[in-house]
Ligand binder design. Structure first.
Ligand code: PLP
Length: 426
């Protein structure tokens, strides 16, 4: 994965101390031990500046839009700033950015609008790796007579079976909706290839980038996708969702909307009053990423370039942690590892791993680790197609250890020690 920013890799040291100072939540303790946040795929912590921006909006600018007074004018400016910030993040125009409560709600709204133009016999495609928020919205269109097909995986390493996917993208396929990265096992799918396959049969390409966005740079222009969704609470911002749509698609499709709301972009897709305070938080989260990039690459000329520089260093740091984590886990007796474990293929995965351990349910493991201040997740995390395919849905799913760039090698060592201790006790 290349971000397009060239840096002398070996000379830029990742400033983990500065990073951790930005996130006040990381100072917490549990039972006298520093808390370890390995729950990033469920949502990340936020920098102090995000908290400050939300508080500041509510203190100085809290109002509705379009009014003839100062607080309302500030709110209008903030909304424009938030669109511009996300446009830099995604590499698109500000009015191609649609904000909403979360990815699920935006995807349901988009799928309803797309459903209006589908007819019986049309097909849509999702995958076994997907979060259910990229499955159920499309499956519920089957009531209109369309068929949703599911591309399979190779269970040995939880990567997409691209032959199966290719075979299922057919003449009557109208939407190919694929997760860019799998929130359960971390596989990064070949998003560009998926878009090309979709377009080759005239289908729309929809990418769920919720799990990918905290770990790698997004460039919707380079991908040429029709739609892409992500959630800012997964990349150091507040709880909001974002939908990118290609201008011609956003203008062509007919969203369910109020008569009173304008037909302009982005208004025709942004139903009701937006969460203004969280939009302030989104701007601050993007500024944080740009600052992180500039610390490591001071010559970054634009905010977009600074964001790309941030992802360069994030990727490198996360791959080091992933190598340590996966290498350590594979040495633990009685442990089953799901997903890519080949350390030569770390660029094909995020630092999110899923395991099971003989004699312990995932819930028991998560509870034991939680008591020692290590926050992991257990169950299916809504990746139900996958837990069913792997045969673990009925027995508690998997334990998910999800790292992000504010985690450290010491934290990974602590987790490995605790798991060894739990394994040794049986
Ligand atoms: C890959 C993926 N897609 C979609 C979602 C749903 O996102 P949201 O909570 O914003 O609706 C999640 C949430 O965990 C996810 O990880």
């Amino acid at each position: 994965m290349s971000s397009g920013v060239s840096m002398a890799r070996e000379t830029v040291r990742f400033d983990i101390d500065w990073v951790r100072q930005q996130f006040p939540a990381l100072q917490q303790e549990v039972n006298g031990q520093p808390a370890v946040f390995f729950d990033a795929p469920g949502g990340t912590q936020v920098p102090q500046r995000v908290i400050d921006a939300i508080a500041s909006y509510l203190t100085t600018s809290n109002s509705n839009t379009g009014g003839a007074f100062a607080a309302s004018a500030r709110t209008d400016r903030l909304i424009a700033d938030a669109h511009a910030a996300m446009a830099d993040f995604l590499n698109c125009d500000p009015d191609e950015v649609i904000f909403g409560p979360n990815m699920t709600t935006l995807t349901l709204a988009l799928s309803r609008a797309i459903g209006r133009e589908l007819k019986s016999g049309d097909e849509l495609l999702v995958t076994v790796l997907d979060h259910d928020a990229n499955v159920s919205p499309w499956v519920s269109l089957e009531e209109r007579g369309v068929k949703v097909r599911t591309a399979d995986i190779k269970p040995s390493d939880c990567t997409l079976d691209m032959f199966d996917l290719q075979a299922k993208v057919r003449r009557n396929t109208k939407v190919v909706a694929v997760g860019w990265a799998a929130n359960a096992v971390g596989t990064i799918n070949p998003a560009g290839e998926v878009v090309r396959l979709a377009h080759a049969v005239g289908a729309m390409a929809f990418l769920d980038a919720v799990h990918y966005a905290p770990h790698g740079p997004v460039d919707v222009r380079a991908l040429d996708c029709d739609f892409l969704v992500c959630s800012t609470y997964k990349f150091f911002g507040p709880h909001l969702g974002v939908l990118y749509g290609k201008r011609e698609q956003l203008q062509r499709l007919r969203p369910y909307k109020l008569r009173a709301s304008s037909e302009q972009l982005p208004d025709r897709w942004e139903t009701g009053t937006q969460n203004h305070e969280c939009l302030a938080g989104v701007v601050a989260a993007i500024v944080y990423l740009a600052d992180l990039g500039r610390r490591h690459h001071p010559s970054a000329a634009s905010r977009r370039e600074a964001i790309l520089a941030a992802y360069e260093v994030i990727r490198r740091h996360e791959q080091e942690l992933a190598a340590q984590l996966i290498g350590g886990l594979l040495e633990i007796h009685g442990l089953t590892f799901y997903g890519i474990k080949d350390l030569a293929k770390l660029d094909q995965r995020t630092p999110t791993v899923a395991i099971r351990m003989e004699g312990h349910s995932p819930r028991e493991l998560a509870t034991k680790l939680g008591g020692r201040g290590i926050f992991t997740w257990d169950g299916n995390y809504y990746a139900i197609n996958l837990t069913e395919r792997l045969g673990v849905e009925q027995s508690g799913g998997m334990l998910r250890i999800g790292l992000t760039h504010y985690n450290t090698a010491e934290e990974v060592s602590r987790l490995l020690e605790e798991l060894k201790r739990i394994g040794a006790r049986g």
